[in-house]
Design a protein around this ligand. Structure first.
Ligand code: SF4
Ligand code: SF4
Length: 282
């Protein structure tokens, strides 16, 4: 994203809409400026502000003149008065930033918008997590924080070393040059995104080990990490294997999303298990 300095009148409206705090008023230029390292190409500034096409020279003149009388001329707070934002034509690898940060853009690898994955939300049709297995979503970043791929790689390295399997239909997995070691493509390591999700699964008996490992690696990351755990309920809709482990680790459990098993299995490679037809996610 770019701000055209010929058009910007330094009203400052855009500095409040950037979720990454990447826009600032440059005191020397007296124009809004984007910190390219911190900008994750989410388009919130471009899409979030209404656009007016007031002539920049006139707006500057009016603002300067009124300032002499200690009167401020400010546009409405949700408006860029001079339509100064100009989206860049994003090339590889910078385009990765937008794919992970603008929720309206579908990921090329999965066709899914947002972070590009449905996790186990669709487990009743995808059958990703089977009986005896536990799926984890390790989510990095948030608005205001973001995450660099170098930090994601520290986690994927640790998970690969622990011998878990990465979900194939996941955008982070699709950016690995070596899935066996969890190594990401070299050319994206200098990119920052709003947030991303690493998806893994393993057997239920390794639940505690993996959570402890995530906690350990997280200490070395310059971002925030959330972990989601998905597993299958028994025939009564209960889950008494993974839940006690999570409670022992200090988590207060809420059942977040539940699949009730009405979907038609579409994943022919990995059909949903028939023994326990009520998959759920915690
Ligand atoms: S909202 Fe538009 S005119 Fe105002 S500071 Fe931002 S880019 Fe400049
Ligand atoms: S594209 Fe997003 S991150 Fe970049 S300057 Fe605009 S709002 Fe901020």
């Amino acid at each position: 994203m770019k701000i055209n300095p010929q058009k910007c009148v330094a009203c400052g409206n855009c500095t409040y809409v950037c979720p990454m705090g990447a826009i600032y008023i440059d005191p020397e230029l007296k124009r809004a400026t984007i910190n390219r390292d911190e900008c994750v190409e989410c388009y919130a500034c471009y899409n979030g502000l209404s656009k007016e096409v007031l002539p920049p020279a006139t707006v500057r003149f009016v603002r300067r003149t009124l300032a002499n009388f200690r009167i401020r001329f400010e546009p409405e707070p949700d408006v860029c008065p001079t339509t100064a934002f100009e989206p860049d034509k994003l090339e590889w690898p910078r385009v990765v930033r937008r794919a992970f940060s603008d929720p309206r853009v579908p990921h090329e690898s999965t066709g899914v918008s947002g972070r590009g994955t449905e996790e186990v939300k669709t487990n009743d049709v995808s059958g990703r997590v089977k009986v005896g297995e536990v799926g984890f979503t390790i989510e990095f970043g948030r608005p205001g924080v973001g995450v660099w791929f170098t930090d994601i790689q520290k986690m994927s390295w640790a998970m690969a070393k622990a011998g878990v399997s990465f979900e194939k239909k996941n955008p982070v997995t699709s950016l690995m040059s070596d899935v066996a070691t969890g190594t990401l493509r070299e050319d994206i390591l200098g990119e920052k995104v709003m947030s991303a999700i690493l998806e893994i699964k393993t057997t239920v008996d390794r639940t505690e080990e993996i959570i402890r490992l995530v906690r350990e690696v997280e200490k070395d990351l310059d971002t925030v990490v959330s972990i989601g755990v998905g597993t299958r309920c028994d025939e009564n809709g209960e889950e008494n294997v993974v839940a006690p482990i999570l409670e022992r680790l200090g988590y207060k459990l809420e059942r977040a999303k539940t699949n009730i098993g009405l979907g038609k299995v579409t994943n022919t490679e990995e059909p949903a298990a028939k023994e326990q037809p009520v998959p759920a996610m915690r």
